[in-house]
Write a protein that binds this ligand. Structure first.
Ligand SMILES: O=c1ccn([C@H]2C[C@H](O)[C@@H](COP(=O)(O)O)O2)c(=O)[nH]1
Ligand code: ZN
Length: 167
């Protein structure tokens, strides 16, 4: 008798969001880890990124601090997850792609998303929605015709097993 396909699978949206969330785990930001995953119309992943300092700017030398003079905080140096995802695959055409992000993109990332031709932002958290820079982001993305979708995942938790004898 032929076996039926398993129902224990995740759909495309959950898969790509999980990739974004996994990418976020690479971030050294002690307060907010953000991940992004760019996908084309054929459901192929073109790039991923997370928030981190630029190449050559060591996590040991640059600050992850939030408070104090701007020049002493992470905000002066950190490259956002979405921008990293766009820049991590130079020369790639992102026209009509979707970007999966664990956190709604800020106004600066919104500009990069729009200019790169990405047509949909699928996000998990919008915890800074009331901040003016997030309102600016939403305004630009809407004006540019970028679709905004809050993902409502079927699975709240996905477990990854990385130990051979537990698989
Ligand atoms: O569009 C965005 C907005 C923010 N981030 C990153 C930048 C920082 O590393 C954190 C935000 O830190 P807070 O401590 O929550 O202020 O998130 C991003 O990657 N993309
Ligand atoms: Zn940003």
């Amino acid at each position: 008798m032929q076996e039926k396909k398993t129902q224990e699978h995740i759909d495309w949206d959950e898969y790509f969001m999980a990739v974004a969330v996994l990418a976020a785990k690479r971030s050294k930001d002690p307060s907010t880890q953000v991940g992004a995953c760019i996908v084309n119309q054929q459901n192929k992943i073109l790039s991923t990124g997370y928030n981190g300092f630029p190449i050559g700017c060591s996590d040991d030398d640059f600050p992850w601090t939030k408070e104090g003079d701007f020049i002493d905080t992470k905000y002066a140096y950190v490259c956002h997850a979405e921008l990293n995802a766009i820049l991590n695959n130079p020369g790639t055409i992102f026209q009509n792609c979707r970007i999966y992000v664990s956190l709604f993109p800020c106004n600066e990332c919104a500009k990069a998303i729009i200019q790169s031709g990405i047509k949909e932002v699928i996000y998990l958290s919008d915890k800074h929605a009331q901040e003016p820079y997030m309102q600016a982001s939403r305004r630009m993305l809407r004006a540019a015709g970028v679709k905004l979708t809050k993902l409502q995942p079927q699975h709240q938790r996905l477990t990854l097993v990385l130990q051979e004898d537990l698989i």
